[in-house]
Design a protein around this ligand. Structure first.
Ligand code: PA5
Length: 440
């Protein structure tokens, strides 16, 4: 198991019997996901994806990644929500949150089209000046405004820089299979861009292990075979319903039980800044899957020890509505040591020669004990390392747990009807044809 759930820090908040009592609901939820898959009644293509993916497209992703690596200094990944968070999470998790600044042989990677801020786009255009550029535009629907704006801008830049034919070589499109009128797929086919598919039966937030995430991840030099292997391992280990040994089921049960006890918000905790976007990805997965029908655990996140100096006070003594899910990494990539000095003016001589990981572990343990004493239950998950295999494992683990958890909660974990409301208002305010009669 690459990821292990520990229930030791739930003592006093939940009993073993309570967890056991959650079994019946969890079994029904687990079976429902399997039934969705068998009947193809919900988009659960991710459930068997680790063994059931398009091998021909997988090879094309690798080939395109090699081509992109050789052709550009800057790779612009355009997408929003599920069409960008997973790739960004993976690259920072496996490589670094300073990926662009570190010496490397792969292109710098920037994410665009995930906001409508003109300054952000302007600055990215400045960064790209004088550089060789490739673009991957990702949109399952192919109609989302944010990426459409960024793509229009970058396509224009590429055409000016390389001509229509040259631009064609540098634009990669990841979208729906079917070219519906007015969508990205129709446009891509018309222009002759290379396209990759977001499978019909996989929703945006469950799509990181499809071309949506895999192409940018491969361009960053990550081993996508190892990532799929990690996901396969998680699939096998969570495939049978067993509340004792299936940690995805156990996690789904525990978070719902804590919610029932008034813990309305789940704080995803990492002690590794490179996992900040893993937390962002997790937040979207759980927030969009569960927050509906006036229900849902509010997912939020922190990076400790950084945020112990900002939100730590609230967690320790604020309103008792929180529980924490701590993702603790067992093995860091680098063993960074605290230097010995002749004198001890800074007062940290007692930890000289120790690694930062050692100190971080003590910060983690000290914080867990402080927070449980303060009335904050802690679910602790230990992850082996921050490599490709572990990332694949983690993605699959949380996806499966999310589907089960959503059904335990009593919502459909695969739709997102609430996302449309802001779009309709915005379109009406912008005067988009067809929205003339929309009332805000
Ligand atoms: O998970 C989801 O479905 C959403 O977050 C989408 O990924 C997001 O809205 C972007 O949609 P699209 O990929 O269609 O542009």
């Amino acid at each position: 198991m690459a990821l292990r759930l520990k229930t030791d820090y739930l003592e006093g908040f939940l009993t073993k019997d309570e967890i056991k009592a959650g079994e019946a609901k969890a079994k029904a939820a687990f079976d429902r996901v399997e039934k969705d898959s068998a009947e193809k009644s919900q988009p659960v293509g991710w459930l068997r994806l680790p063994v059931n993916y398009d091998k021909e497209e997988f090879a094309r992703i690798k080939a395109a990644a090699e081509k992109i690596k050789s052709m550009c200094d800057v790779f612009i990944v355009i997408g929003i929500g599920g069409s960008y968070l997973g790739a960004r999470a993976a690259i920072e998790f496996v490589k670094s949150n300073n990926y662009n600044l570190l010496p490397k042989e792969t292109p710098d990677i920037y994410f665009s089209g995930n906001s409508i801020d003109g300054d952000a786009l302007h600055d990215l255009i400045e960064i790209c000046k004088g550089k060789r550029i490739c673009v991957n535009v990702i949109s399952k629907s192919g109609t989302t405004t944010e990426p459409a704006i960024a793509f229009r801008v970058f396509r224009d830049i590429l055409v000016k820089q390389y001509g229509e034919d040259g631009a064609k070589e540098r634009i990669f499109v990841t979208t729906d299979k079917t070219p519906k009128p007015g969508t990205l797929k129709e446009f891509a086919d018309l222009e002759g861009y290379e396209t990759f598919v977001v499978p019909d039966d996989i929703g945006g937030r469950y799509s990181v292990l499809t071309a949506v995430g895999l192409l940018p991840i491969a361009v960053a030099g990550c081993d996508i075979d190892a990532m799929m292997k990690g996901a396969e391992k998680a699939m096998i280990e969570t495939d049978s319903f067993d509340i004792e040994n299936n940690d995805a089921v156990k996690y789904a049960v525990i978070r719902n039980l804590l919610h029932d006890k008034g813990k309305k918000s789940e704080l995803f905790v990492t002690y590794v800044p490179a996992l900040q976007y893993t937390a962002e990805w997790w937040k979207q997965l759980y927030g969009e899957s569960e927050g509906k029908d006036n229900k849902g655990i509010y997912p939020t996140s922190v990076v400790y020890s950084t945020d112990l100096h900002s939100l730590g006070q609230y967690v320790q003594q604020g309103e008792r509505i929180l529980f924490e899910t701590v993702l603790n990494v067992a093995k860091p990539k680098h063993e960074q040591l605290i230097p010995e000095t002749e004198n001890d003016v800074d007062g940290i001589g007692y930890i000289a020669g120790k690694s930062l990981h050692y100190v971080n572990e003590k910060a983690f343990l000290g914080t867990v004990y402080a927070h449980i004493k303060g009335g904050v239950p802690n679910i602790v998950m230990e992850l082996d390392a921050t490599d490709e295999e572990n990332f694949g494992y983690l993605v699959y683990f949380f996806e499966r747990a999310c589907a089960i958890s959503g059904y335990i909660l009593g919502v459909n974990p695969f739709d997102q009807p609430g996302v449309e409301m802001y779009k309709k208002n915005m379109f009406a305010l912008l005067g988009k044809p067809g929205y003339e009669n929309h009332k805000i």
